[in-house]
Ligand binder design. Structure first.
Ligand code: ARG
Length: 573
């Protein structure tokens, strides 16, 4: 059981015994400062207010009824009625010896919509955040035992594809292979666009192909399929390089909902939710009215009969609930799509596509900025391809590794450089509060100091080297823990907070909380290591063993935490 949960139970019982109404909660929180203990229970103040009594006296009554024998070594009332809890070192040592349970108390089916790039173009930096934040949450939820179903809602449908397949047709006509023609999707897109703007005949054909494609014409379908396959392959390659768990089977692209769009719109019309407006079918939402009181419009079918982004999102929503049986659906999409998501959610609820017990959550994020404070661009002002960014990250990491004189051989350096480079990019993103914009800065993210991936990876390698030096297998090592020093206690307490942190990330989907925790853990370890010698000759055997056990647990927790962020560790760097 999490320590916090245990304390909560004991405090709730004490509060009940003290005659406090059951709506009052103990409000437990980690203490900000060591002198305030490890946890604080702040519930006495709220309860006293309710009961119109003195908060310090009420805190004392709670303490009189509280049993934390063997758990806390000291309890004290501070300030207006805070209760400071100093945990017992023996209790911490005992807790660390027990297997920790990471499982969530209620297991859910969670659909995670993430990455979801448009296939007309190559993935660019704008897709990074959704891809890696969603990957981390998928890992966290899986770790807790939930059934996670990733859904890559790729944009593979829409008017651009008419132009792209008309262009592809010409290339293939000249005997070129699709893979080759589409080797650089960015260039191909520009080329088609130029062609489209300059050649009216081509433009007509492109427009005709959109219609033909949508009506199921085989020739257009074939061309489209070739285009999509190449583009998907690009993306799958990026996921591999990024160490992101998205695979082909997670793709549920927009086009997969085509057959259902008609039904969705028809149902909305039958329910009186969608109405005709200038030939189009529109849902007007009073709930999102602007300041003049005008309802917010969401078009679900264009006047020509075509469907849109909103229509496929509604179909996807229904699919996720009816077929995938989701209890919870998470959308990791840029904050700029907040209105769209609100419209889809409200409409989905009103149309009863989404019953009230299913949680619909848009977890928005800010933009990645360049050092000039504007959206991150190439020197010439173009969008930065994700593929290029990853190459640069690994190259930079390789240079760094070579600078540190390392005993690694060339092949090993390559592996380590990949883990550091990719880890640095991911961590820089994940460690910032998701909803904020953040500035992309190579030097900061690659630094071996501060709250960075290389710092944490380095902390891990340092611990592993202790075990190598002692010729002990860290994996199988196990010894009783005996806490005598303050630094040992601080480290032990940090180690025990891991699952509480994971609970929180799983609930609010802010991975920076996990990053902050890992950084604090590594820092607590460094302080411990400075004050508490492990392998020195004069350290008594039992102490040595106990400290090695703390080291092993720290390494394990760092590796697990980084893995939940999608970041790999290495034995040496
Ligand atoms: N393809 C969209 C884009 O690139 C993102 C899709 C997000 N997912 C969704 N269900 N709408 O902007």
């Amino acid at each position: 059981m999490r320590i916090k949960e245990l304390l909560n139970q004991r405090f709730s019982a004490a509060m009940q015994a003290a005659g406090i109404p059951s709506e009052c909660s103990p409000t437990l929180a980690l203490s900000g400062k060591p002198q305030f203990g490890d946890y604080q229970a702040n519930g006495a103040m709220g309860a006293a207010k309710r009961m119109r009594t003195n908060p310090r006296e009420l805190a004392q009554t709670i303490l009189d009824n509280l049993n934390l024998d063997g758990i806390a070594e000291k309890l004290e009332i501070a300030g207006p009625g805070f209760i400071n809890i100093h945990l017992d070192a023996k209790f911490l040592a005992r807790s660390l010896a027990q297997p920790q349970s990471s499982a969530a108390s209620i297991k859910q089916t969670v659909v995670v919509d993430h990455s979801s790039p448009n296939l007309a173009k190559e993935m660019h930096v704008g897709h990074l955040r959704s891809t890696i934040i969603g990957d981390s949450l998928s890992r966290v939820l899986e770790y807790q035992g939930h059934k996670v179903i990733r859904q890559n809602h790729m944009g593979d449908w829409g008017t651009q594809f008419g132009m792209l397949i008309a262009e592809l047709e010409e290339h293939l006509g000249e005997g070129e292979q699709a893979e080759l023609a589409l080797n650089d999707l960015e260039v191909f897109y520009q080329q088609s666009k130029k062609h489209f703007d300059a050649d009216p005949e081509f433009a007509d054909r492109a427009r005709a192909y959109v219609v033909k494609l949508q009506s199921g014409d085989q020739h257009c379908r074939n061309l489209w399929q070739q285009f999509i396959s190449v583009s998907v392959a690009h993306n799958l390659d990026i996921y591999k390089r990024l160490n992101v768990g998205l695979r082909e089977e997670h793709i549920a692209a927009e086009s997969s909902y085509n057959d259902d769009l008609e039904n969705v719109v028809q149902e909305l019309v039958e329910q009186g939710l969608a109405v005709e407006s200038d030939g189009a079918k529109v849902v007007f939402l009073e709930e999102l009215a602007d300041k003049n009181g005008d309802p917010s419009p969401m078009i679900v079918q264009k006047s020509g009969g075509g469907f849109l982004y909103a229509s496929s999102d509604l179909a996807a929503l229904r699919h996720r609930i009816n077929t995938l049986e989701a209890d919870r659906i998470l959308y990791f999409i840029d904050a700029r799509q907040s209105l769209h998501m609100k419209q889809v959610f409200i409409t989905g609820r009103k149309a009863s596509f989404a019953p009230p017990q299913v949680s619909l959550e848009h977890h928005a994020f800010g933009t990645m900025m360049g050092s000039d404070g504007r959206p991150f661009k190439t020197r010439s002002g173009g969008t930065v391809k994700l593929a290029d960014l990853l190459v640069e990250a690994v190259e930079r990491a390789e240079r760094l590794v070579r600078e540190k004189n390392t005993d690694l051989n060339d092949d090993e350096i390559k592996v380590v450089a990949r883990k550091i480079g990719i880890g640095a990019i991911k961590y820089a993103d994940l460690s910032i509060t998701r909803t904020n914009d953040y500035i992309f800065n190579w030097d900061a993210m690659m630094s071996f100091e501060g709250n960075t991936a290389p710092y944490l990876q380095y902390a891990y390698t340092r611990i592993r080297s202790i075990f190598r030096k002692a010729t002990i297998d860290a994996e199988t090592f196990s010894a009783p823990i005996d806490i005598t020093q303050m630094q040992e206690k601080t480290l032990a307490f940090k180690l025990l907070q891991f699952d509480e942190v994971i609970d929180q990330v799983a609930a609010d989907c802010y991975p920076h909380t996990l990053c902050a925790y890992l950084y604090e853990l590594a820092s607590a370890y460094m302080t411990f290591y400075e004050h508490c010698p492990v392998l020195k000759d004069d350290v008594p055997t039992a102490t040595k063993q106990s400290r090695l056990q703390l080291c092993a647990l720290t390494a394990e927790t760092l590796a697990r935490g980084l893995d939940l962020l999608g970041i790999e560790v290495m034995e040496q760097m």
